[in-house]
Write a protein that binds this ligand. Sequence first.
Ligand SMILES: C[S@@+](CC[C@H](N)C(=O)[O-])C[C@H]1O[C@@H](n2cnc3c(N)ncnc32)[C@H](O)[C@@H]1O
Length: 369
Amino acid sequence: MDLPKVLRMKSGVDESSYFNNSKIQGVIIQETKIIRQDAAVEAYLCAASPDTMTIADLGCSSGPTALLVVSELIEAIEDKCIQLQRQPPEFNLLLNDLYSNDFNTVFRSLPDFYWKKSGNNGQFFISGVPGSFYGRLFPSKSLHFVHSSSSLHWLSEVPEELQYGPAPYLNKGKVYISKSSPSCVLDAYLKQFQRDFRLFLKCRGEEIVSGGHMVLTLMGRKSSDPTVLEDCYYWELLADALNAMESEGLVEEEKIDSFNAPYYSPSLEELKQLIEGEGSFSIRSSERFEAGWDAVDDDDHETICANERLRYAQGMAKGVRAVLESMVKSYFGEGILDDLFSRYSKLLENYYSVNNAVVTNVVIALVRK
Ligand SMILES: C[S@@+](CC[C@H](N)C(=O)[O-])C[C@H]1O[C@@H](n2cnc3c(N)ncnc32)[C@H](O)[C@@H]1O
């Protein structure tokens, strides 16, 4: 799997696009807004009110959150400047994603963004930076603040042992870590995440100025055991949908057995250990939270009724499709997409009849030593 080519959020702004199906990522952005704004203000103060403040968003994608985040960061720093009676800095805003990302959709919304921000005192300059964040993207000591949301759970590749191991189909009938996965599958995923995350920290350690801040939000786990269903149900149910199609002769068994998601959701403890071990950053704060579909709703219901369950399941299935479609298509072919995600939606609806419609996330705020 050539990951930078096949990991591509659904482009454009039509009904099925990532732009229109990233509500849960929007909830995650809202839940972490204060942490991000506080850290950006601290980074500004720590850099002794620089003339230019350089901010990078890693894994910006093509949804509405890309510009929302930078807008809220500008706002927080400008408010601080007003409070301190200082001239706001110029903002150098760098939006990064893989080279196959639909940067054009982001760029097309810039005129509107510039127009909305035209009353601001500060100047800002926005650039796209294509490339993998598992490598250097920016010059040494050039960044004051880095932010990444809903992106770092993506690995740089499927763990090697699962691609070329002696028994290629170690994770039979599954597409991610599951109760039935042998321990070598769990190890392979953990090791790949450790390699990737250490490299990410090393690269950002070189790019961020001393005293610069970084806030990372990603899918995480409640349990130290990565096979617990509530931490990985979205993959388990995708495997169930694929297996149901296999039993009807619609998908080859061998295809399912050999597919493993290039994804890992760590526990907060795993993240902290890696950060402390790598050594470039100190931890300012860390927490785990649940982002729920009910936050997407305007209604204020005590209990979730069948209609809501259906809406949450459909929303989640559309969101997962907008994220995974290009990967599933390149592996299993385009023909299965509608059927697969319709089954997936029904399985989610059943799951939400006895479980909360939430996804667990971790957010960690770091300071470059
Ligand atoms: C689910 S989207 C999140 C987008 C946005 N931050 C948000 O909160 O809506 C994840 C993004 O991470 C990007 N991504 C994954 N791996 C990456 C990598 N190694 N380097 C840069 N971007 C990456 C994907 O291409 C995708 O656009």
